[in-house]
Design a protein around this ligand. Sequence first.
Ligand code: PLP
Length: 394
Amino acid sequence: MKSTTDYSKYFVPTYTKNGAPMVRGRGMYLYDSNGKKYLDFGAGIAVTALGHSHPEIVAVLKKQGSALLHASNLYHLRPQIDFARLLVKHSFGDRVFLCNSGTEANEAAIKFARKWACKKDKAKYHILSFTDGFHGRTYGGLSATAQRKFHDGFKPILSGFHYAPFNNIEKTEHILNKHAFAAVIVEPVQGESGINRAATEFLRFLRRYTTKNHIALVFDEVQCGVGRTGTLWHYEQVKVIPDIMTTAKPIGGGLPLGAVVCKNKIATVMNPGDHGSTFGGNPLACALGTVVLKTIAKKSFLNQVQKNGAYLKEKLQKITAGNPSVTEVLGIGLMIGVRFKDDPTPIISACKENGLLVIKAGYNTVRFIPPLVVTKSDIDKAVGIFKKVLIKSM
Ligand code: PLP
């Protein structure tokens, strides 16, 4: 296939790809260059929350695109201000820093936390994160990602990073007591390693410990935030307010946009020149971000995510019950995983052949993270294809 040959020829091979190029998207569907249509339950890895080519996104894209594409962060930009105001209105945060991706948001969060903590005590630069977490591919995010497979070949990772077992209060406290920490960073629902929820008690323990010891609590909501789990932010459900939260993926409506949301006490330690980004908070991405936030923050929209998420999980539980190769259906909202005993890559490939896009998470989980505008009828179709594939694979 020509496209496959071109990929091998021209690209650093960081992805495994096959099939015809995707050329068009509409609502819940992606279309390839052969005209084949795919029901998209991957949403570009939890990005296209409003579906493909959402009319309001396209309208704002045209309007802002013809007004201003780039001017730089040396100047005030109205779309940035509108977006930041909305982000602050709809979160615990007092201020935001805008960047282009999840990993950049985490880099900034780590820097902000270190500057804040080191102001009190220069030794307070250590960062704690958790097994199976994922925080990105740049060196800060990578160093916070406690998974050996991502570190292999890229060592040394940054110094001062430590790992504790996810959801284990006792061992976490033991490690926290050993070093002078600046920050604890955690995904309230782990996405890339499978869909693993942090126990509410665990997050509450982290909040108590960090508050007592002048440590910044950072929630990485890059994948689980922006309505994905049925509330705008996952922290709302566990009633644990972090000091810093990172967001990206769906927030830019399909364009690169990331944000650090933080409390004043953190924001005010940063000075002009301490951090920056040429493209961060690009006006076009921010204009789309405003559409995304306005739409998803609506109670009626989030109620629908909760209902459809419960419906998807229940249907997946029903069709996998008694299947010896499936161990569990897990997750919350529209962030659902089906965990297998073995590597589910052949199942995922067969789903694609049958017109359904789903994504692998970790070693053994098939991730269902559709656009948040998914309907019951889309869910029926997707689960129907998945069931057919499972039956054939038995
Ligand atoms: N944090 C989490 C929880 C993620 O899931 C991801 C990406 O999958 C990242 C950070 C990195 O985001 P990006 O790929 O936009 O750099």
